[in-house]
Design a binder for this molecule. Sequence first.
Ligand code: 2NL
Length: 352
Amino acid sequence: MLEEILELRRKYDEELKNVNSLSLLNDLRVNYLGKKSKIQEFSEGLRDLSNEDKKEVGKAINDTKNYIEYSLNELRINLELSELNSKLTNEKIDVTLPGTKLNSGIVHPITRVVNDIEELFISMGYDVLDGPEVESDLYNFEMLNLPKGHPARDTQDSFYITDEILLRTQTSPVQVRTMLANLEKTPIRIICPGKTYRKDNDDATHSHQFTQIEGLVVDENISMAHLKGTLEVFAKKMFGEEREIRFRPSYFPFTEPSIEVDISCFNCGGKGCNICKGSGWIEILGAGMVHPNVLNMCGYDSKKYSGFAFGMGPERIAMLKYGINDIRNFYINDMRFLNQFDKVEKEWYHES
Ligand code: 2NL
């Protein structure tokens, strides 16, 4: 039996030389150490031997088993290492290759204008609020001193969903909601940007859907002077430090007195040109002192509180600022139009 064991070991050594993969290695392990292996057979044959032979042959079996186990293990480690190495060379990536440039797009010009205006008013202590675009007639009109049948309702012809529900024609209902929700009746300083809707026929200067930003300040002793100071800061920030502003009397049902606000022309500085149509002034927004009826309906005692409000259209501001002559450009997703703001965008983020 000793001779047979030696023969087995020689055969094993011979076969081991040809093993060059982990799967062949595993086959060899099964053949030489598995349940049906020769070694197993020899072990079972031990019981028929004399005690003397048992010792000698048993040792030879054990030595051979250990030898096979050890050499299989050693080869496994080497094979695993070389498999890893070949993976590392085959799957090597060149991290110095230039990357694929991602097209990041730009912020829409209207969003940009809204962001700029939000940032300015936040710096002056205002909160930015939004609200539903589908509104009740009550918040959109009645609470703003526009009862049913009021002639000024005609200037804000609406998309009605039912007799009492419509697409908001301005963002003032957000301000009405804010005043009503403020049960302590503490001072208010907010701007409300968002989408608004009017039943207009679309043309170069009209759109059935447009953006609006309204502002509202309510406190004790708020005067027209606060309104003027605030809007002057706004005009200078949006159109340049040299800008002056001018108030003209106007009419809105929700403010009294009401005004129209002009800035000195940023193109000619006031001398008169085709942009300001020779007048030296450009209209940018409407404003006024909050009508006492509005304050009272919203739970603010108009004897104690006063406030100012204003409303502007970011589309108009962007058109003036960037020299755009058709409002429809903002809504048709023409990349040739939008990509022109790439440069403005990069200047804004100080990229090269
Ligand atoms: C415009 C200019 C304006 C307001 C909006 C307002 C809001 C409340 C109370 C009083 Cl809650 N006023 N908003 C005031 C003046 C002008 O928008 O051209 N609107 C048609």
